[in-house]
Design a protein around this ligand. Structure first.
Ligand code: ATP
Length: 793
């Protein structure tokens, strides 16, 4: 983010005035974007103008165009929809309508526009820009604008932000609103599953997505749906009915009491015949005699408060949109802001729209493979993984030869985090469908030492998509003192690969096993850690599973507390959040919860900083008088050993004087969440599938080496498993003990031996080079503090 607080005009071309409008379908997170653009542009010395009701407001002009002050966007973060209104404007589709819009902008001295909307809205902005010189000339000629106005507004600068719940824009991994819509879907489907189970019912749920199956696919992964229909992957015409029935029947035969089918609204078969929820219901009712209900979620998906991710996207992309406007020259094409591989990007708008439209064109010409390839790289791999584990493969289509089947143990270590059970479920089901044996280790390393290991079957993990906590039981006990007993149990149960799901303790345990391979050959098997901790402090990944769930809990808490603190007026609330020595939760929670100040271990706490913060808050409350709002301060549990929460609370109380009162609270274990968030569920799925694939490959490499040396597989008489032969696995190179992580949106495996060297053991936090969020505290300061108007004294 660029520096703040400058009063010099940053813009090179055109006026200082920047117009902001939301257009097309509303999407949660649009308000966060508007707030960010308004505040960031003020800090950059620009003058933001809100254009109410999209292009319709632009055409109407007058009271629809209002200059925005800093405080006008207070409270925007928590609201769904768009507070500045949106519309579908037919007039703007015509050149005449756009000319009126151009006149409105020029008369208001606005020569830059940030548009937040779908591909139609962004196209409209680009068309206006392309026609701009023509409009200027015509308006000048007709005398509707003066020569000076024409000169001052000679160039129109455009930046687009994609607000769309469908996640259908190419050139960005995720659009603003998609995560919240997915959250609404998961909440609804989770609720449906309990009633479905009570009545042994089948549910067919239709979700939005005319040309894009992202919402449907993600929802199917998150909720463990039995079957899925999306536009990019249509089933063969005339065959899909039988396949659907067969798959659902297989699940019921294994003991499942319910069936769940998710269908995107634009789903078709391979001949482009629509597949509608009612048709699916008919098939299930008639052929399988299931009591089947249809739920069409509709506009519920657009509703509710935005999730953390959408607030985050709106905020960081809003700042980038202003920077794109500032950077633009008359020759720069219109830009669209996106997110690719975890980085905010700026790309030519037209290119992104063309790419998006070519997906729909490919579907219409039945080039489904081409359409799938144009989606993000993770889309196709997630679809493949989903199909492999959605239902039990009675036909054994993915089963590997007997000499390649291995036993994979799964253990949970550390503290619970949302998504741990789902990761286990995915790993178990993938193992079973490939013919491997999943072994569940109960109660962490003490349990492993005692031999608390059981083979998992298909149904035991069935409901584990939605459950928080750990069904296997977990604790922080390290394996260090019991290495012999642990090696014995691994050997006794013929464990060929081990998945540790856990946080920093899991990471240390992985390192311990790896370092002790010489003394204990039983550890010379593929070992992999799936990082799972609310703190997101495990090296080797940008995101650990559980952290998104925790941030959403923090954000919800901030919303509630702010409302309460606002009602009693003049109240500042200090909220302590978890994270150990890693400030990730405080920073992200603060950004999305609209915190006025954030204290983290990375930055530390000084008396001067606290006094500056209280001075700023006094200034705010003095200015607001009777209109005072509640304010939140987020404090990481390890931010300072001297300025602890009670100490800080007292300082705030003392300094607040008569201007504000102070309360404090510790959020504590609530942050583990009762239900994993959709993003954590998707990450859990991705990491678990990748971990199994990786173990399988490492084990097969080892088997191949034994086979090349003429070694037979071992006889398995001593095994507790009903298997004639067991493969021999031995792998002790450092890259056979890894952390599976999501780095820049891609799955990567990093040897723990490499990571451990770079780990800061004093603070137990991640290596500095990978704190990808380190720029955010600066941005939060820019957007949450009105530095331009602060008193000098
Ligand atoms: P969603 O993804 O929710 O449909 P969208 O932005 O694609 O959002 P549209 O209805 O296509 O929604 O477009 C919104 C508005 O943008 C239209 O009502 C119209 O005013 C303007 N617009 C769309 N396409 C064009 C175009 N080709 N030229 C000019 N204006 C357009």
């Amino acid at each position: 983010a660029a520096p703040s607080g400058t009063s010099t005009p940053a813009i090179q071309y055109g006026t200082k005035r920047i117009g902001i409008l939301t257009s097309g379908g509303d999407a949660q997170g649009m308000n966060a974007a508007v707030r960010s653009i308004v505040r960031y542009s003020i800090q950059r010395g620009l003058e933001p103008f809100l254009i109410y009701d999209g292009y319709s407001g632009l055409v109407q002009g007058g009271s629809k165009i209002v200059q925005a002050k800093w405080s006008d966007v207070s409270g925007f973060l928590t609201h769904g929809g768009t507070l500045i209104g949106t519309a579908r404007c037919l007039e703007f589709r015509e050149k005449e309508g756009r000319r009126i819009g151009a006149k409105t902008l020029i008369k208001n001295g606005i020569s830059s526009l940030v548009v937040i909307g779908g591909d139609g809205s962004l196209t409209g902005a680009d068309v206006l820009r392309a026609e701009w010189p023509e409009h200027i000339d015509a308006l000048l000629e007709s005398g509707e604008i003066t020569a000076q106005e024409a000169r001052e507004n000679r160039h129109l600068m455009i930046a687009g932000m994609v607000g769309s719940i469908d996640n259908d824009l190419a050139s960005t991994d995720v659009t603003i609103g998609a995560n919240s819509a997915l959250t609404r879907i998961c909440e609804s489907v989770d609720a449906l599953q309990t009633t479905a189970a009570s009545h042994h019912r089948a549910f067919v749920v239709e979700v939005m997505g005319r040309h894009c199956g992202w919402l449907a696919l993600s929802a199917a992964i998150c909720t463990g749906a039995d079957y899925l229909f999306i536009p990019e992957d249509p089933p063969k015409s005339g065959e899909w009915e039988d396949k659907l029935c067969e798959a659902l029947k297989n699940s019921r035969d294994r003991g499942k009491k319910t069936s769940l089918v998710i269908v995107a609204e634009g789903a078709t078969d391979s001949e482009l015949n629509s597949i509608k929820a009612d048709r699916i219901k008919e098939i299930l009712s008639e052929r399988l005699k299931y009591d089947t209900r249809v739920t069409i979620l509709g506009h519920v998906q657009r509703g509710g408060s935005p999730t953390f991710i959408d607030r985050y996207l709106g905020t960081v992309q809003g700042a980038e949109a202003v920077e794109a406007i500032i950077r633009a020259t008359p020759h720069t094409p219109s830009q669209v802001i996106g997110l690719l591989e975890n980085r905010i990007t700026t790309q030519p708008l037209q290119q992104a729209i063309e790419l998006t439209r070519s997906v729909a064109e490919r579907i219409n010409t039945k080039d489904f493979k081409g359409a799938l390839n144009l989606r993000s790289s993770s889309f196709a791999s997630q679809l493949k993984a989903y199909k492999e584990i959605a239902t039990f493969h009675v036909d054994g289509r993915d089963i590997v030869p007997e000499n390649k089947r291995i036993n994979i143990a799964i253990i949970h270590v550390g503290a619970p985090a949302g998504g741990i059970n789902l990761a286990t479920r995915c790993a178990v089901r993938l193992c079973i469908n490939r013919g491997h044996t999943p072994l569940l280790v109960y109660n962490g390393f003490p349990g492993l030492m005692r031999g608390e290991i059981r083979e998992a079957d298909w149904m035991i993990v069935d409901s584990w998509t939605v459950d928080g906590g750990s069904h296997l039981g977990m604790n922080r006990d390290a394996p260090d003192d019991q290495l012999g007993a642990i090696a014995f149990q691994l050997q006794k149960h013929n464990v060929h690969g081990l998945i540790i799901i856990g946080g920093f303790e899991g990471y240390l345990a992985l390192s311990t096993l790896q370092r002790n391979r010489k003394e204990y050959p039983a550890f010379s098997i593929p070992l992999v850690l799936i990082p799972a901790t609310v703190s997101n402090n495990v090296p080797g990944t940008d995101n650990s599973i559980g952290s998104d769930t925790a941030i959403n809990v923090i954000v919800n808490a901030c919303d509630i507390i702010k409302q309460s603190a606002g009602s009693s007026r003049k109240r500042v609330f200090l909220l302590e959040v978890q994270g150990g020595y890693c400030g990730y939760l405080a920073v992200m929670g603060g950004l999305a919860g609209g915190a006025s100040c954030i204290y983290t271990p990375e930055e530390g706490v000084s008396l001067q900083r606290v006094l500056d913060d209280t001075k700023y808050l006094k200034y705010c409350y003095k200015r607001e008088l009777g209109q005072s709002q509640g304010r939140i301060v987020l404090y990481n549990e390890r931010a300072s050993s001297n300025y602890t929460l009670p100490v800080l609370t007292n300082i705030y109380r003392g300094e607040g004087g008569g201007l504000f009162k102070t309360n404090s609270s510790v959020l504590g274990h609530l942050q583990q969440g009762s239900t994993p968030s959709p993003l954590d569920r998707i990450h859990s799925n991705t990491m678990a599938v990748s971990a199994i694939e990786w173990i399988q490959q490492r084990a097969w490499d080892s088997i191949a080496e034994y086979e090349a040396a003429g070694d037979e597989p071992a006889l398995s008489q001593k095994s507790t498993l009903k298997r004639k032969y067991l493969p021999r696995i031995f792998t002790n190179s450092s890259d056979s003990a890894v952390v599976v992580g999501i780095l820049d949106s891609e799955v990567k495996f990093t040897p723990v031996a490499d990571l451990i060297h770079q780990t800061d053991f004093i603070k137990r936090n991640r290596r500095a080079g990978r704190e990808w969020w380190a720029f955010l505290p600066g941005l939060i300061n820019v957007i949450s503090r009105e530095t331009n108007e602060q008193p000098q004294s």
